[in-house]
Design a protein around this ligand. Sequence first.
Ligand code: AIR
Ligand code: ASP
Length: 286
Amino acid sequence: MSKRTMIHEGKAKIIYEGPDPGTLIQYFKDDATAFNAQKKDTIAGKGVLNNRISAHIMTKLEGIGIPTHFLKSLNMREQLVRAVEIIPIEVVVRNIAAGSICKRLGLEEGTYLPQPLVEYYYKDDKLGDPMISEHHIVTFGWADIYELEEIVSMSYRINDFLNGMFAGIGLKLVDFKLEFGRLYGDYGELYIMLADEISPDNCRLWDAETNEKMDKDRFRQDLGGLVEAYQQVAERLGLIPKGGIIQGGNINEQLAAGLGEIENELARERRLRSINKPKPQKPTKV
Ligand code: AIR
Ligand code: ASP
């Protein structure tokens, strides 16, 4: 690992150069941060669980025709992904009010929204990821209208799919954050694909019966039991054996290793779908 070229170190992941051109290795750290890294901690096993959960969800999304950067699981903490050009926008989809929308609009936590809501934030830690509109995105050229349309339609489809998937295991999908990237094909075609990760670090998940929080809010709000909650999510998804792979802060290495192989079988059957992007024009209105 020491010989590898690090491309980028983020708050929860490290990106290394991949074995082949056009590939990267995504390493999941145990670090947890919140409120733009003002709050920090290391939580043993979090990276292993997020790697596993995210690999599973990305594979399922590929199965319904959502192109993702995920190629395959490599080991407990690493996955091979396609090198994409990250679009600097965080797309948040909300079904139930929680977190920043409650503060911003004075909504009571737990209020069901009349319909799923898509929001955009500009991905810039120095600015604290400010909320933006579609007009900001197009005006500053972070994405064009065709890309944005693709991103929004993918986000709604992902929401539909994940809502069903989590409902099936007794969890409410309150909200989640997505990131997308561009991949250029050999013939100049453009693929927009889901990037980053989907895990309890960037979804809010509540137990359907008790409304108990099973996501990073356990850390943000000092509720404790973060790894236990993430394990519960992984266990309900059928990804780890009952009782979990992290016990008393220690990872059962034997159990954790090799858990990704089923997903890798599925990942081999990947399809790509390009968007027909005409020559960019300067749009005036979205
Ligand atoms: N999120 C946003 N920035 C980073 C992350 N992880 C996720 C949160 C939450 C959703 O986006 O984890 O699921 C909305 O966050 P907020 O803070 O805007 O309410
Ligand atoms: N991940 C972001 C941070 O570290 C925001 C959050 O999840 O609260 O600050």
